[in-house]
Structures are given as structure tokens and as C-alpha cells.
Design a protein around this ligand. Sequence first.
Ligand code: HEC
Length: 196
Amino acid sequence: MAKRGWANWAALVAASLALAVTGASSLARTGHAGPGPLAYTADGRAIPPRNYREWVFLTSGMDMNYEDIVPGNDPHVFDNVFVDPAAYAVFRRTGHWPEGTVLVKESRQGLTKGSINKAGQFQSEAVAAVELHVKDTRRFGGWAFFDVVDGKPAKMLPKTEDCHACHGDHGAVDSTFVQFYPTLVGIARAKGTFRN
Ligand code: HEC
């Protein structure tokens, strides 16, 4: 009898744990998950991915600027670009970004004085800016941009922001700047998706 009581109790605990787990994941799924790794708050703000530093590294651009200006660009800035691994795998196979693709651009200041360094630049520990570029046609009618402030959920930037115009006009593949991501250039050319 006592044994049976234990078994029932264990079964009950197991069942409620299972319920809690499936309950939580179906909430995330039906609630606010996108087709890729990004999730959204109830009011549609993108929850910034915490682990993007473990995604696929595409480039570190240094002091890139899109206007003819600033001799002696100071302080220096590095832009580190990452893409989620599932999207990267599809891109390698097809040269196209799938629904749900998330690209992250993280900016860090360039520093020269530190430890044994005497020349050249290394990256600050502090992050200066994080921006997202997300493909979700059902939710956004195509790609959306986000400016993440202090790691907080971010509202989509309006379509009128110059992000869309510049990326759309000059990005080599589907509004992304593949021309500056050295390991992707050859793939996109081979798959015929690279636009000059
Ligand atoms: C005048 C052109 C221009 C404008 C405007 C612009 N970008 Fe970009 N963006 C670039 C270039 C060039 C790169 C490649 C950067 C690199 O290699 O570091 C890039 C890369 C990115 C990436 C990495 C993924 C990708 O799409 O290639 C993100 C994210 C991004 N930009 C966000 C933004 C956001 C958000 C805005 C608007 C607030 C914006 N950009 C406005 C030129 C632009």
C-alpha cells in the first residue's frame, strides 16, 4: 500500500512536471516565437538574443563609414556581425536567407592603450550598440530592423528609417551586406544570389 502511494505520488509529480514543461513551451511557441530563434513580447517587441556570441561569426568591420567624412576617425569602432546557425546552414546550401533569419551587428569601441599593447586596436569589453536585422515575412512583410538598447526588448524601427533604403539598394544579397562577409561571398556567387 505504502509502495503504491509512492508510485502514485511519483506519477503525479512527473505528470505535473510534464504539464509545466509543455505548458511553458507551447506558451512560447503559440505566444510569441518567430520562425527563427527570436521571440517577441506580447506587444510585439523583439526580445534580443542573449547567446548571439555563440552564433556564426561573419565579420569585424573597423571604422566602416557610409559617408565621405572624418579624417582621423576617433574613437575607432569595430562592428562584429553574427548570424544564427540555422540560417547560416541554409545560406551555405542555397545562397538564400530563410524565414526567421536573425543577423546581429554588435559595435565595440577600438582601444589602443591596454596591457602590453603599443600599436593597433583591440575591442572594448563594453558593447556600444546592438542592432538586429530579421527576416519574418508573416510578421513584418519582409525584413525588419531593431536597435537594442540596454538589452531590452526593442520595437521594430519604422520602414521609413534609412536602414531599409541603404540595405535594400546596396546589400549584395536580399538587403544584407554579404559583400562584406568574406566567407559568404563565394557561396552567394556560386549559388547565383550575389547582386553586384
Ligand atoms: C548608408 C548605408 C547603411 C545604413 C543607412 C544602415 N546600414 Fe546597416 N549596414 C550597412 C553596411 C555597409 C553593413 C555591413 C557592415 C559591416 O560589415 O560591418 C551593415 C550591416 C548591418 C547589419 C548586419 C546584417 C546585415 O544586414 O548585413 C545590421 C544588423 C545593420 N546593418 C543594422 C542597421 C540598422 C538597424 C540601420 C538603421 C538604424 C542600418 N543598419 C542602417 C550599411 C547601412
